[in-house]
Design a protein around this ligand. Structure first.
Ligand SMILES: Cc1cc2nc3c(=O)[nH]c(=O)nc-3n(C[C@H](O)[C@H](O)[C@H](O)COP(=O)(O)OP(=O)(O)OC[C@H]3O[C@@H](n4cnc5c(N)ncnc54)[C@H](O)[C@@H]3O)c2cc1C
Length: 410
């Protein structure tokens, strides 16, 4: 005999667990299924093990401005109906100590496991049944069946009937933690449109010999302003950049990667807030120090040495330098242009941009054009900035969905 639930949530990550808990606490009979051995692995490793669970800087009037997607306004409704303050109130109720680190980012003082334990306790409070590990083999829709039984989900533990399915299977990043394209395939099965997925919040790489002169800078971190695009399309971040053996990483690069498109150059200012051309000109009028030493008062000396080392005209005291050579140097410090060849891919990406096309979803309920089929969290074409925004989207989309689910037969 087949089992029946009001709602079956597929994927027990951040969005799935929160949605299941909320729906269960509303009195719905909820099953959550996940194919992984371990629960909510991404929460566990997030924020360096301290889970950056939300961001206080979300602008209540325009929450969409910290999100990327074909329609950034899609996330506005859910984000305004479940705010960071509401999630903070929840974790305060559980006595989970937390602190603000940088630009509104809130982290647990202790391990991320506290957030997982809280979500499991919330699920228990809603009598949510959890099957894990349990594979979902397929989903069948029967338009002629009673609404309560219109979906059959074939799992390792047998078939389950339900009126509503919530897909919370996340994106493709970090495949070793159970990421799969299940959500995308299910969307395709029901004729929903997709925005091609791509790695985001990801280090950028530079192929061939072009990177060789900079590989020696691996390990160097410094604050920069990084930008991509022009005019209305321009996006810029003031954050730390990290040189690696294969390219660039650090928060500045992860942030810009969500906006970067193949073939487009990045513009990097290594001395934001400093007029390097004026400072070098002023140094020339009073100093006999080597150019690299003067430059090292504005940027880290490793970077100053590398940049000056590239041009023989700069291997001299600054008072002997040609104005043209100094202004070219200033230009390369304040407006360095470099075009990445690619990204480190899903293996290193914190998130997947793209996903289920929001044109086929309701921004109020997360229900798709296929009745009773919902998509929440990262599987949707909504990608947050680095800094707790992705978890806030997971909580908010889950909340919007959970509050629109019905007891199944209506
Ligand atoms: C290293 C790292 C650090 C991060 N740090 C932060 C941070 O500090 N702050 C922040 O806001 N965001 C962070 N993120 C992003 C954040 O973890 C995700 O955006 C968030 O977890 C998405 O939630 P989700 O529930 O949609 O998907 P997930 O949390 O990925 O959950 C998806 C679940 O679905 C399951 N699943 C997948 N396929 C199937 C299938 N076929 N059948 C059954 N189950 C399936 C998976 O096993 C998984 O449990 C980080 C990500 C990474 C990789």
């Amino acid at each position: 005999m087949s089992l029946h639930f009001d709602v079956v949530v597929i994927g027990a990550g951040a969005a799935g667990l929160f949605c299941a808990a909320q729906a269960g606490q509303r009195g719905l009979k909820v099953l959550i299924v996940d194919h992984s051995e371990r629960i909510a692995e991404k929460i566990r490793i997030s924020g360096g093990g301290r889970c950056n669970f939300t961001n206080r800087d979300i602008d209540i009037r325009a929450p969409q401005k910290h999100f990327v997607g074909e329609n950034p306004n899609f996330c506005r409704s859910a984000l305004s109906r479940y705010t960071p303050q509401q999630f903070i109130a929840l974790i305060d109720r559980y006595g989970i100590a937390h602190h603000e680190k940088h630009k509104g980012q809130l982290f647990c003082d202790g391990p991320s496991q506290q957030i997982i334990d809280m979500l499991l306790a919330e699920c228990a409070a809603g009598n949510v049944e959890r099957w894990q590990p349990c594979k979902v083999r397929g989903v069948v829709f029967d338009a002629d069946a009673a609404v309560a039984d219109r979906y059959r989900i074939d799992t390792d533990r047998g078939p389950v009937h339900t009126a509503q399915i919530v897909v919370a299977t996340g994106g493709l990043s970090i495949p070793q933690l159970g990421a799969s394209d299940f959500g995308y395939r299910l969307a395709a099965q029901f004729g929903l449109r997709m925005v091609t997925p791509r790695p985001a919040l990801v280090p950028l790489t530079f192929a061939g010999d072009g990177w060789a002169p900079y590989a020696a800078l691996a390990g160097l971190a410094l604050p920069v302003q990084i930008a991509v695009g022009a005019k209305k399309e321009r996006m810029a971040f003031l954050e730390d950049l990290l040189f690696t053996h294969r390219g660039l990483s650090g928060p500045a690069v992860l942030q810009i990667s969500s906006y970067w498109k193949e073939g487009v150059p990045l513009g990097i200012d290594f001395a934001p807030g400093t007029d390097v051309a004026a400072a070098l000109g002023e140094a020339k009028s009073r100093s006999r120090k080597r150019i690299a030493n003067e430059l090292a008062t504005m940027v880290p000396s490793r970077l100053a040495d590398a940049w000056v080392g590239e041009d023989p005209a700069l291997q001299r005291p600054i008072n002997e330098a040609a104005d043209k050579a100094l202004s070219a140097l200033a230009e390369r410090i304040a407006r360095w242009q470099i075009t990445p060849s690619g990204t480190e891919g899903y293996k290193k990406a914190e998130v997947t941009a793209g996903g289920v096309d929001t044109r086929d979803l309701s921004s109020q309920t997360m229900e798709s054009k296929q009745p009773g089929l919902y998509f929440i969290g990262e599987v949707v074409d909504v990608t947050g900035w680095l800094g707790g925004y992705n978890f806030q989207w997971a909580w908010a989309s889950a909340f919007a969905c959970a509050n629109s689910l019905s007891s199944g037969s209506s």
